[in-house]
Write a protein that binds this ligand. Structure first.
Ligand SMILES: NC(=O)c1ccc[n+]([C@@H]2O[C@H](COP(=O)([O-])OP(=O)(O)OC[C@H]3O[C@@H](n4cnc5c(N)ncnc54)[C@H](O)[C@@H]3O)[C@@H](O)[C@H]2O)c1
Length: 506
């Protein structure tokens, strides 16, 4: 029988008083539970309690908590040092070192002491809940309870049942997560669960784009923020989380999925981590955090040019909207048909590069540029050159697109530009998570929005862009690169063909 986790006298014992454990203990005590906290390192639990005291002071100062509520929370928090002292706990939450044997050993010790219906919850990020539980005499009481950093602020909590977890315990844990003010998302026991799995698109694809010399890390960050509405660019995020942590997760998920190409880590990151360019924590990553910010010139020098006399736009997806932009900039514009002599040729490919589009449409590549129209990105526009595009053509194209005041980034040729590649890979990985039945479609989106701070979950994002367009981008990238990491998931392909939402369950 799963334990009743709604009892008012439920005692929680948290093992590990580091980054996560202290936050989890704070959350439980704030929710009214008697909370015990312990750490293998002497003094660590006391340091954590002092840090919680300080964090609560901050809440009181901001008027988010009363002084009485703070005292109440502190009165429910206590350090413990021996396993026996935690014997009365109805729930044990471990947030110790990410090591299978250490976690199994801890649960084995606690199993000997706690009541038969007490729960053993693990905050593991990358280990299998089933594998941790396999070390226990009663694996049915072991469950994953995956918090995000920092636990007091981050709302999602993934609830993971192992293969032998009692199903009623998963339901009870959903109630527990709500009781402590969190948003529970039930996920299956798979590498990275939902959020860390969904996060495997943004950073790795951005690293590939930068390493291919298409745009600089700074330019990619600016595009994702100003064109696609992300709060942080992928390189800012890599620097914040730390290259060592992110790279380790990438390597772990790739190997747990037996080398699935979609999760291929970046060889560039191996070198950066070895060189200590970890990001904010080492004061140097993709950005410099020690001293004034480094100046970074655009990766492609664009010579100032007057507006062109005339422009031609391919009559393809996004073409008519682009023709309107150009006309409103005061340029005589022709949509489709044969390009006039001397006109700059604008193409709007989905998943294709400007060179291939120029050849397919029988255009002069020296006079051709691509414009990313996937999301009708009005904030910042991308102009993409072929290797043969003349500086005059590129300069005139940038002058035209920025005529109304919109900022423009010029990039080298890329199947899928920058923003198409990143957004469509995010959608593709999200649909793969849905296809693998790791969580319900709506839960995937909520978990990603709350856990990764993306403007939308991957499935809703795909719906806004249009599933058929996302599929065209991925198919285009796949056809040009012959790289299996760009193959679209059947979940996406099916719904794009049927013309239905990516959130539609099977
Ligand atoms: N840091 C994150 O962003 C994050 C997010 C979600 C989950 N997690 C997971 O949470 C767990 C803890 O991560 P963290 O970032 O808080 O690590 P941390 O290094 O900050 O803290 C771990 C603490 O556990 C203590 N410890 C180690 N072995 C112990 C044992 N046998 N008994 C008691 N204490 C022990 C250590 O002394 C340390 O203070 C890991 O499983 C990690 O994968 C981390």
């Amino acid at each position: 029988m799963a334990k009743d986790l709604s009892q008012s006298d439920l005692v929680v014992a948290v093992f590990g008083a580091g980054t996560m454990g202290r936050g989890i203990a704070q959350v439980c005590a704030q929710a009214g539970m008697m909370t015990l906290l312990s750490d293998a390192r002497e003094g660590a639990a006391q340091e954590a309690l002092a840090a919680i005291d300080k964090a609560l002071d901050g809440q009181v100062a901001k008027g988010r908590m009363t002084a009485e509520a703070k005292q109440g929370t502190l009165s429910r928090l206590r350090e413990f040092t021996t396993y026996d002292e935690a014997a009365a706990a109805g729930m044990v939450i471990e947030a110790i070192v990410e090591n299978l044997e250490a976690k199994r050993e801890l649960f084995r010790e606690m199993e000997k002491r706690i009541a038969p219906d007490a729960v053993l919850a693990t905050n593991t990020s990358s280990l299998s809940v089933t594998e941790i539980a396999a070390g226990c005499a009663r694996p049915q009481r072991v469950v994953g309870l995956h918090f995000f950093n920092p636990p007091p602020l981050m709302r999602p909590v993934e609830v993971i049942g192992g293969l032998r977890t009692e199903p009623a315990l998963v339901t009870a844990m959903v109630g527990f997560a709500k009781r402590i003010g969190k948003h529970p998302v039930v996920a299956t026991d798979t590498p990275g669960f939902v959020v860390n799995h969904a996060g495997r698109a943004y950073g790795p694809e951005a690293l590939r784009i930068a390493s291919q010399g298409i745009a600089s890390p700074r330019e990619i960050d600016v595009l994702m923020k100003e064109a696609a509405g992300f709060r942080m660019g992928p390189f800012e995020l890599l620097d914040l989380v730390g290259g060592d942590v992110t790279h380790a997760v990438m390597v772990s998920i790739h190997s747990q999925y037996f080398g699935e190409p979609i999760y291929q880590p970046s060889a560039q990151m191996t070198v950066r981590v070895a060189g200590g360019l970890l990001g904010r924590k080492s004061k140097q990553g993709f950005y410099n955090y020690d001293g004034p910010p480094s100046a970074s010139p655009p990766s492609i020098a664009v010579a100032a040019q007057p507006l062109p006399a005339s422009a031609w736009v391919a009559d393809e997806d996004g073409g008519s909207e682009l023709a309107e932009w150009l006309t409103s900039a005061g340029v005589k514009t022709q949509l489709g048909g044969a390009p006039g002599a001397g006109a700059i040729c604008f193409v709007t490919p989905l998943g294709e590069d400007a060179s291939n589009a120029a050849v397919r449409l029988k255009l002069d590549p020296a006079r051709t540029v691509g414009v990313d129209m996937l999301g009708r990105f009005n904030g910042r526009r991308t102009v993409m050159k072929t290797p043969l595009t003349t500086p005059e053509t590129l300069g005139a194209a940038v002058a035209t697109l920025s005529a109304g005041g919109a900022p423009v980034t010029a990039i080298n040729d890329s199947a899928g530009f920058v923003v198409q590649r990143l957004l469509c890979m995010i959608v593709n990985v999200g649909t793969r998570i849905a296809e693998l039945c790791i969580a319900a479609p709506a839960d995937i989106d909520t978990a990603v929005e709350l856990g990764l701070n993306y403007p939308k979950g991957p499935l809703a994002l795909g719906d806004v862009l249009g599933p058929a367009r996302v599929l065209a981008v991925l198919d285009g990238m796949h056809a040009i690169t012959l790289d299996p990491k760009y193959r679209a998931s059947p979940w996406l392909r099916r719904r794009a063909r049927l013309g239905v939402s990516l959130l539609m369950p099977d």
